[in-house]
Ligand binder design. Structure first.
Ligand SMILES: Cc1ncc(COP(=O)(O)O)c(C=O)c1O
Ligand SMILES: N[C@@H](CCOP(=O)(O)O)C(=O)O
Length: 467
């Protein structure tokens, strides 16, 4: 399997190369040269398999020669073993005759990011073993990627991780899950800016030849292809439990950086019968505007009770545009340069029609979100987190054929956002015992202005330069 940049002007890499590179050198994102497919029989054969074995079958076509099947199986068994608090790893909960929740928060940091990052940590370890080179991972987080990546990489040799989060715009639980990890290779930076500022700084560092050349940079955000590959697995695992390949299934995905829902798109391209993918946004609704009206233009980020989705520039949308535009890297490079200058892009009619075949979208405001939390609580006794509530509200308001089961991705544990859950339902969710002493632990974090000079200066003082 070979990986090409969405902008068509970066070295073509194998899976190992794409995983360690993170972002492509031309500013684009790595994607497989062609989507592999699983036949109906192969999909039917997934029924009854463990999560780890499903992961092997779904991801094997993507790893090419970088790992043998046995090596991949070993990594999946380690990633999806005791670090998840549920034997099914990603269990399904039925809400009513057609609505389901896919609980993705049973990993160590209580959000869906663990599903991919527990594997990515092991992939880094596997690919770096025997190399003398030190890797500097840089990441941007609105709360969940940061904690999951830090958990996966803390204490590993050969890697330092520098994680940027927007100061004051993540929940206390999210912040503490990052800042109380005191391993010497973990560096937390709170920037005076938004998640978008943090993400732009990370991309600028990859695109600065002097800086990127001095340190071996790598990425843990969903700009790294391996992140998305690991997320494709739970779409297969879930749909098969609900009757695929005989029965199509719809998924509603609370969306920010367009990574999780793009993984659903990949599953569909691989042959999974996906009836619809619902892109559910909060009031930071650039993706809803893009899909419903072709208007992909940024505004000011509004702080909400769903801070992990307070995002304007959705990195992975570029991967979808690449496919919608017939994989013309040069044309997409021009389009993205235009967007980076004007902060706005109009989708063509053909792009919109192409997207509409699979995607639909909804913008859910605070009232809709709180209503969904109350509905789930009253109906089933389930407390759901505010991000999940955005997905559930969208799933319930959209017109999807009645015979199709609709699965909302429950992306975080409600205890990560206890204040919003309590306001909506009157119940305060308790932190699971595995993170119980979080509020007694010492914190370590530095605060910096959101400037390239400040952040690169900070990293350069602490990271290991190439020999
Ligand atoms: C809890 C939660 N839900 C939803 C999202 C949105 O996911 P994505 O950025 O992959 O669209 C995020 C952040 O990524 C998140 O942390
Ligand atoms: N909500 C995210 C934002 C970054 O998303 P990623 O999937 O690209 O890593 C977070 O929790 O940090």
């Amino acid at each position: 399997m070979r990986y090409v940049s969405t902008r068509g002007n970066a070295p073509v890499l194998d899976f190992e190369g794409a995983t360690l590179a993170g972002l492509a050198a031309d500013g684009g994102l790595y994607v497989p040269e062609a989507w592999p497919t699983l036949s109906r029989e192969q999909i039917a054969d997934l029924a009854g398999l463990s999560y780890a074995e499903t992961a092997v079958r779904v991801m094997l076509p993507f790893v090419g020669d970088s790992l043998s099947e046995d090596e991949l199986r070993d990594l999946c068994e380690r990633a999806y073993g005791t670090r998840f608090a549920h034997a099914a790893v990603t269990p399904l909960v039925q809400l009513d005759h057609r609505h389901w929740l896919l609980e993705l928060f049973h990993g160590p940091t209580l959000a869906f990011k663990d599903v991919a990052l527990q594997l990515l940590g092991l992939l880094f370890e596997r690919f770096l073993t025997g190399r003398s080179e030190h890797v500097t991972v840089i990441g941007a987080t609105s709360g969940d990627t940061g904690s999951a990546a830090i958990d996966a990489l803390a204490g590993r040799t050969g890697v330092d991780i520098f994680m940027l989060h927007p100061h004051g715009r993540v929940s206390d639980v999210q912040r503490r899950q990052m800042t109380t990890v005191l391993a010497p290779n973990v560096h937390n930076i709170a920037i005076d800016g938004s998640f978008d500022d943090a993400q732009a700084l990370v991309k600028a560092m990859f695109n600065a030849p002097d800086f990127a050349g001095r340190f071996h940079l790598s990425a843990v955000n969903s700009i790294n292809w391996a992140r998305l590959m690991a997320q494709v697995v739970y779409y297969f695992y879930t749909a098969v439990r609900l009757g695929a390949p005989e029965r199509p299934v719809a998924f509603s995905v609370p969306t920010g950086n367009f990574g999780d829902v793009f993984a659903g798109y990949v599953a569909q391209r691989m042959g999974l019968p996906v009836a619809k993918l619902v892109v559910a946004t909060n009031v930071n609704d650039i993706l809803h505007r893009a899909l419903s009206a072709g208007d992909y233009s940024t505004g000011t980020v509004t702080a909400t009770d769903t801070p992990s989705m307070d995002i304007q520039v959705s990195s992975n949308f570029e991967r979808l545009l690449h496919d919608l535009g017939g994989r013309d890297g040069a044309a997409l490079a021009l389009q993205m340069q235009g967007f980076e200058t004007s902060r706005a892009m109009q989708l063509s009619g053909a792009h919109r029609d192409g997207a509409a075949a699979l995607f639909t979208s909804a913008r859910i405001d605070a009232g809709g979100m709180m209503g969904a939390m109350r509905w789930a609580c009253e109906r089933t006794g389930e407390l759901i987190d505010p991000h999940t509530a955005i997905g559930l509200a969208a799933a319930r308001e959209l017109d999807i054929a009645p015979e199709v089961p609709v699965v909302t991705l429950a992306t975080a544990h409600p205890a990560k956002f206890p204040d919003a859950v309590e306001r909506a339902t009157g119940h305060r969710p308790a932190l699971p015992a595995r993170v119980g002493d979080l509020f007694e632990r010492e914190e370590r974090c530095d605060r910096l202005p959101a400037t390239f000079e400040a952040v690169t200066g900070y990293i350069a003082e602490r990271a290991v330069a190439r020999a």
